[in-house]
Design a protein around this ligand. Structure first.
Ligand code: DAH
Length: 336
């Protein structure tokens, strides 16, 4: 009897692999698992064997039945899955769907590149708080109280003495307070100005500040560094000029222009017909600033510069509305 059970098991193993569709499956079920099926017949045969053998044979039949049910269920599942695929009409030869890979925000790209270029030139990266004291944002940068230069900045005041920083320059002071020269840092960060939101201005934007203080730092080093930066960032055949300017914390001060790359200096809408684009402000650190950080103005000289990341990004990619950089519209962002 046990031999017979074994034979049936082999038979099941062979039959199951030949099942190709639900018809075959049904035939298999009728053959083995139905009330008139082979396994039921086996149970009927128990009566005809000696009493002592019955428990072991019964057990073997039970096991066979469980086994048979199991392979049947598995096969059934397999066939159902297959038929789902067919009814959904999935074409298995089609290539898989591409996963959508995100892209870096254009501001992040600009910032990364600026950092990379200055780091190669030996600048460290520093940062400071966005909620700032009046002292760092203005006073220690040589804007005395009531100085008219404060009017240049539309400030969000939190209280009398606390404000949202209007530029990254206060971090110059914070860095100098805690470092003895040489100091060579760039300071990327967010700044805030209480301006009406338009295509050209936003209440929040980003700047990168630069500061280098040591013995014998000269204005020509400042120019050399900025020109090296601009050529790497905008292209090596770029033309540039420095114009005299004014900032309370630098003396002398300048602004750097590059030739408009849209019109190549001929004059267009973007450069307002001048052929030039202003990209940053800079100058030699005013000796008055050193008093606030206890640097010996006789011993040390230094330069500083500051540029707007939005502006540079917009110039570079030909973006004509600053708000696009803050809307986070995926249709815009995925172009970068
Ligand atoms: N802080 C200035 C601004 O927000 C930019 C600037 C100009 C920074 C000259 C500097 C500098 O470090 O030397 O307009």
């Amino acid at each position: 009897m046990l031999e017979k059970i074994n034979e049936i098991k082999h038979q099941i193993e062979q039959d199951i692999v030949n099942i190709k569709n639900s018809n075959d499956l049904e035939n298999f079920r009728v053959k083995y698992l139905s009330r008139k099926g082979i396994i039921s017949e086996l149970y009927d045969l128990i009566k005809s064997i000696p009493q002592d053998d019955r428990p072991s044979v019964g057990k073997a039949i039970n096991e066979l039945k469980i086994y048979c049910q199991q392979v049947f269920d598995n096969k059934k599942q397999e066939i159902e899955n297959l038929s789902n695929i067919i009814t959904e009409q999935i074409d298995l030869t089609l290539p898989g769907r591409r996963r959508w890979v995100g892209s870096l925000h254009p501001l992040t790209k600009t910032l990364k590149e600026i950092k990379f270029i200055f780091q190669k030139m030996g600048f460290d990266i520093a940062d400071g708080p966005e909620i700032e004291e009046d002292y760092y944002n203005f006073e220690a940068l040589n804007f005395p109280p009531e100085h008219p230069a404060r009017d240049m900045q539309d400030t969000f005041f939190i209280s009398d003495k606390i404000l949202l920083r209007t530029h990254t320059s206060p971090v110059q002071i914070r860095v100098m307070e805690r470092t003895t020269p040489p100091v060579r840092v760039i300071i990327p960060g967010r700044v805030y100005r209480n301006e009406a939101i338009s295509a050209r201005s936003y209440c929040l934007f980003h700047q990168v500040e630069g500061l280098y203080v040591d013995e014998g730092v000269t204005f020509s080093e400042l120019k050399g560094t900025l020109v090296a930066f601009a050529k790497q960032f905008f292209g090596s055949n770029l033309k540039y000029r420095f114009r005299p300017s004014f900032f309370p914390f630098t003396e002398p001060s300048a602004e750097m222009d590059i030739t408009c790359f849209l019109c190549n200096g001929k004059g267009c809408r973007v450069c307002k017909q001048t052929g030039w684009l202003e990209i940053l402000g800079c100058g030699m650190v005013d000796p008055n600033v050193y008093k606030y950080v206890n640097y010996d103005a006789e011993k040390y000289t230094g330069y500083a510069f500051g540029m707007g990341i939005e502006r540079i990004t917009m110039l570079r990619y030909g973006i004509d509305d600053i708000r696009l950089l803050f809307d986070n519209d995926i249709r815009f962002l995925k172009q970068f």
